[in-house]
Ligand binder design. Structure first.
Ligand SMILES: Nc1nc2c(ncn2[C@@H]2O[C@H](COP(=O)(O)OP(=O)(O)OP(=O)(O)O)[C@@H](O)[C@H]2O)c(=O)[nH]1
Ligand SMILES: [Mg+2]
Length: 665
């Protein structure tokens, strides 16, 4: 077993060249004989009809190839912000990443968002400055932008020549380049005292081999980021990048004989509609016919396995730690599920949730049931679609990131399910935040209390963006350990009941940014003969009493309904600026100073997410199809009136129509 595996993500702003680079890597490593093109719709990883038609990536896709002794599973991700959820799910399965940056456009909004997430998760990352062959390509300019807007912990690994021409090339720097040596030593010395001491004494005395090893070590710890230049179209710089992947990124670890642990990061339907789960294995080995535990207390038997080897996946009897494989037979598995262990997993969200929702209507009334089933299938591939059914109005709504995602859902329903649908007006997904402190208690055997338990809860507001925190503040002796085994387990379960309750607040929206503290707890035990008062409390008593107490506390705290706000940046031909500005003003955007850059101008503004959505739809007409709008979630802001923003048909907690919830926001 000398073969090492590297699970590698390719990430970038939309159109930076991820799919083209993937194609080039597959070609250079001999997996494919001819390079496909995004523009002709012939690449390996943009395989969906819609991706080929539109020339953008919608779903992440896996392809694999060999680099020296390293087996690489490459995951090509979508760059469009409407599909950020795809990237989020991939992040948790990576050993390393390549962040692609266009040499022409430079650092773009999504580049920043992705780099921040990579840094938070400490994922070792190389940068590839792509498109050096295109007119307008820069090198120093892009490096400056990286230093200013991403990180200063970068090491350019060489230099580009004849930028902006088909002949553009990249040469690696080496031992004979004093500028390179001192740059490397300088960056490494900031994070390593040994190098620092040697370097201060005499720059030239740090042996090249030592520098190289330290560079690899620091890159593998995600402390520094080597930068390569090249062109995915001409192939320039791609070989040095490949060598960099093998040398500077860490291979996956994990014991194939350990307990089974893996993460499902993608779900696909096979030719006959069967479910295929993509799993990254962290530990243990899964074999055909194994019975696996996953999600929240589910289990099922694996009927077939395929493992990525060189190019597409091939049928195999098992998939070991470190590898990526496809599993058949797990009927209820969902994207994001952990395999080998059950529970919510508590995966932290790296990116903001969708902020919009829209009612989907089948044009043909008879298709309603089929639409419901189709949307449930889409939601299991993409849990953030979050299908919600309104039983009284007989309507189904889905959560949305934006206009492009909406078009994709519409086209997918048409292509894959033969369903013709339209969308109603897009509305915001509001949240509720507690305004003050609220406290409530239900006491065991009190008349108002239908359950066998005492629960006292206090809810307090917490800082914006902090989510929901649950704290246990009771005497541990009052915790029903015969039900929950440990205090930690009781805390975890109570936290879960609390989160479930807070999915719908006083106005029907998710309640967040609060701390809920349990201040009182009692359970009932039978006294035994002769006085046989009351049976034993059960877990159901705690589960059912929590929402009663918590909603009372919430009513006392009161809540403010808040709407999602986005920061919008519009790039448009300068002669259309007037029209765009007028539209922005009508939509209530707060304008910031305008930057004019020759023929193109950039307008920045902050506005409610729904307004940005309207603007996005009007933009083509306003700008002759030339305007590009990018929006970046900017938090929630209280709305002034709460009269019209009660969520339609708030359902009782837990009766959401999505197959099941995988985690709580
Ligand atoms: N000149 C030039 N064009 C490139 C290069 N790489 C990609 N392109 C072009 O840029 C466009 C976008 O390329 P893609 O590979 O689809 O970019 P992507 O990052 O995968 O895009 P999304 O997946 O939609 O985010 C296509 O028209 C490519 O032909 C390059 O190195 N040079
Ligand atoms: Mg792509």
């Amino acid at each position: 077993m000398s073969q090492k595996t590297l699970n590698l993500g390719i990430l970038a702003h939309v159109d930076a060249g991820k799919t083209t680079l993937t194609e080039r890597l597959l070609y250079e490593t001999g997996v494919i004989d001819a390079v496909g093109s995004v523009d002709a719709g012939t690449t390996q990883t943009d395989s969906l009809t819609l991706e080929r038609q539109r020339g953008i990536t919608i779903r992440s896709a896996v392809a694999s190839f060999a680099l020296e002794d390293v087996h690489v599973n490459l995951i090509d991700t979508p760059g469009h912000p409407d599909f950020i959820a795809e990237v989020e799910r991939v992040l948790s399965v990576l050993d390393g990443a390549v962040l692609v940056i266009s040499a022409v456009e430079g650092v773009q909004p999504q580049t920043r968002i992705l780099m921040r997430a990579l840094q938070r998760l400490r994922i070792p990352t190389l940068m590839f400055i792509n498109k050096i062959d295109r007119k307008g390509a820069g090198d120093e300019r892009v490096l400056m932008a990286i230093a200013e807007r991403l990180t200063t912990a970068v090491v350019p690994m060489g230099g580009a020549r004849e930028l902006g021409t088909r002949a553009a090339s990249f040469t690696l720097s080496g031992e004979d380049d004093p500028g390179f040596l001192s740059r490397v030593a300088e960056v490494l010395a900031e994070r390593d005292d040994g190098i620092l001491a040697a370097y201060v004494e005499d720059e030239s005395r740090v042996p090249y081999q030592q520098l190289r090893e330290e560079l690899a070590a620091q890159t593998k710890r995600a402390l520094v980021h080597p930068v390569f230049f090249g062109s995915a179209i001409t192939g320039a710089g791609v070989e040095p990048l490949m060598a960099g992947m093998a040398e500077l990124l860490p291979a996956s670890e994990g014991d194939p004989d350990g307990p089974v642990s893996g993460t499902v990061f993608k779900i696909e339907r096979g030719a006959s509609g069967e479910k295929i789960a993509y799993v990254r294995m962290f530990s243990g080995t899964i074999r055909t016919r194994d019975r696996l535990h996953f999600g929240r207390d589910l289990q099922d038997k694996v009927t077939a396995i395929a493992v990525f080897e060189r190019g597409p996946a091939v049928q195999r009897p098992s998939v070991p730690a470190g590898a990526v494989g496809q599993l058949w037979g797990l009927g209820e598995v969902q994207t994001g599920d952990r395999i080998g262990q059950t529970g919510s997993g508590g995966a932290q969200h790296q990116f903001p949730p969708p902020t919009l929702e829209s009612v989907v209507v089948a044009r043909n009334r008879g298709d309603r049931e089929r639409l419901r089933i189709a949307l449930a299938q889409l939601a299991e591939q993409d849990p953030l679609i979050n299908v919600r059914q309104d039983d009284t109005r007989q309507e189904i709504s889905v959560s949305l990131y934006g206009e492009v995602q909406k078009e994709v859902i519409q086209a997918t329903l048409a292509d894959e399910f033969g369903l013709d649908v339209t969308f109603r007006e897009t509305t915001p997904i509001y949240i509720e935040r507690p305004i003050g402190t609220g406290e409530a208690i239900e006491i065991l055997r009190a008349e108002s209390n239908p359950f066998l338990a005492t629960i006292g809860l206090v809810i307090d507001p917490a800082p914006d963006g902090s989510g929901i925190e649950f704290r246990l503040h009771v005497d541990p002796r009052t915790v029903p350990l015969y039900l929950y085994k440990t205090v930690e387990s009781f805390t975890e379960h109570m936290g879960q009941y609390v989160r479930e309750t807070l999915r719908e607040g006083l106005f029907g929206w998710q309640v967040t940014d609060c701390v809920v503290t349990m201040t009182k707890c009692t359970y009932s035990v039978p006294d035994g003969p002769p006085s046989r008062r009351g049976p034993l409390s059960t877990a159901a008593d705690f589960r059912k009493l929590t929402p009663l107490v918590l909603m009372q506390a919430l009513e006392r705290a009161r809540t403010a309904v808040c709407e999602p706000i986005v920061r919008v940046s519009i790039e448009t031909p300068s002669d259309t600026v007037g029209a765009v500005l007028a539209s922005v003003a009508r939509l209530g955007g707060v304008l910031e100073p305008l930057s004019l850059l020759g023929d193109l101008s950039t307008i920045e503004t902050v506005m409610p997410a729904t307004r940005a959505h309207d603007l996005q739809r009007r933009l083509p007409a306003l700008t002759g199809g030339e305007g590009v709008l990018e929006s970046d979630f900017d938090g929630y802001r209280p709305v002034s009136s709460t009269a019209s923003i009660r969520r339609q048909s708030a359902q009782p907690p837990g009766v959401h129509d999505a197959p099941r919830a995988t985690s709580y926001p």
